[in-house]
Design a protein around this ligand. Structure first.
Ligand SMILES: Cc1cc2nc3c(=O)[nH]c(=O)nc-3n(C[C@H](O)[C@H](O)[C@H](O)COP(=O)(O)O)c2cc1C
Length: 271
C-alpha cells in the first residue's frame, strides 16, 4: 500500500499530476491514494515536496534525497564510459567479492521494467561453474552436430565446428582452454518473462561491472545452449515462467585497452 501522511501533506497536487495511472485524488485538501490502479512506481514518493508519501511494499530506508554532487554524470564522461567499455575475454585468477556482485545486481534492480513489473531475476553461479560449463559445452556440441547435418549457412556451420572443437578440448583437458567462460569464476544469468526488461537490466549490469573495475562478457553461446538443453534448465532450477535472456561472465580483466574503437555510422531516420 502507498500511504499519505496527512500531517505532512500540503495538498499541492504534484503527486496527482505526475501519477501516470491516475490513482490519487484530493480529499479535504490532502492527497488520497486509492491503491486501486497503482503500479507502485514510486513517482509520488519521489516528487512530494514534504516527503509525505511512503509505502509498506518496499523498504523505505532505501529512498535517498537528490544530491547534485553524487547523482550526476556529465554527458561527455558518460559517452566515453560507454565507448571505452569492451568485451573481456581474459580474466585474472582473482575472486570477485560477493559485495561487488550484489552491487552489479542493484544496477539491474533499479532498471525500469514495463508496467513496473520488476520481473527480472538473477542467478549467480560461482561454486558450480565447472559443472555448468560442462553442460553448456555438451549442449553446444549436440547443437553443433545437428547444424552440421542440416544447415547450409556458412556462419552457422563455422560456429558449429568451433563448438564441437570446444567440447573436444574440454573433454581432453578442461584447464587447457575455455572459449565459453574464459576461466571466469562468476556468471550472472538474467531471467525474465520479458525479453526487453531483462535486456535493459543486463546493460546496466555490464556498465556497473566496468564502474567497479571488473570486466564482462555477454555469453550468447550460453543463451543458445541453455535454450536447447533441459539439463541446464533443471540445473538452474528455473520456474515455469522464467526464461533465460542473458548471461554475463564477470571477472577482473587481465587485458588493458588503451583507446576506444571505431564503429559503423549510425543508421538514423529523421521524420
Ligand atoms: C548478445 C551478445 C552475445 C554475445 N555473445 C558472445 C559470446 O558468446 N562469446 C564471445 O566471445 N563474445 C560474445 N559477445 C561479444 C561480442 O562479440 C562483442 O560485443 C562485439 O564483438 C563487440 O566488441 P566489444 O563488446 O568489445 O565492443 C556477445 C555480445 C552480445 C551483445
Amino acid at each position: 500500500m502507498f500511504n499519505v501522511d496527512n500531517h505532512k501533506c500540503i495538498g499541492c497536487g504534484l503527486c496527482i499530476e505526475d501519477c501516470f495511472v491516475k490513482d490519487i485524488s484530493i480529499i479535504d485538501n490532502k492527497a488520497f491514494i486509492k491503491n486501486k490502479d497503482c503500479i507502485k512506481c514510486g513517482h509520488c514518493i519521489a516528487i512530494c515536496p514534504t516527503n509525505a508519501i511512503s509505502t509498506d511494499d518496499y523498504n523505505m530506508n532505501e529512498v535517498i534525497n537528490y544530491d547534485e554532487d553524487t547523482f550526476n554524470i556529465n554527458s561527455e564522461n558518460l559517452l566515453n564510459f560507454i565507448r571505452f567499455r569492451r568485451t573481456i575475454r581474459k580474466f585474472k585468477d582473482k575472486e570477485v567479492e560477493p559485495e561487488k556482485l550484489l552491487k552489479i545486481i542493484e544496477a539491474g534492480r533499479y532498471t525500469p521494467t514495463a508496467s513496473n513489473l520488476q520481473n527480472v531475476s538473477y542467478i549467480v553461479v560461482r561454486e558450480k561453474i565447472n559443472e555448468l560449463r560442462e553442460l553448456v559445452l555438451e549442449s553446444l556440441n549436440n547443437l553443433g552436430e545437428e547444424i552440421i547435418k542440416t544447415s547450409k549457412n556458412e556462419l552457422e556451420i563455422k560456429y558449429a565446428k568451433s563448438w564441437k572443437l570446444m567440447y573436444k578440448i574440454f573433454k581432453r583437458n578442461p584447464q587447457k582452454q575455455d572459449n565459453l567462460f574464459f576461466f571466469s569464476k562468476n556468471i550472472i544469468i538474467i531471467t525474465s518473462p520479458n525479453d526487453l526488461n531483462a535486456g535493459l537490466a543486463s546493460t546496466n549490469l555490464e556498465l556497473m561491472c566496468n564502474a567497479l573495475g571488473l570486466g564482462a562478457l555477454y555469453s550468447g553461446f550460453f543463451i543458445l545452449a541453455s535454450h536447447n538443453s533441459h539439463k541446464i534448465k533443471e540445473f538452474l532450477n528455473l520456474k515455469a515462467d522464467e526464461k533465460i535472456i542473458n548471461c554475463i561472465v564477470i571477472g577482473y580483466p587481465d587485458v588493458k585497452y588503451l583507446r576506444t574503437v571505431p564503429r559503423k555510422e549510425p543508421s538514423i531516420k529523421w521524420l
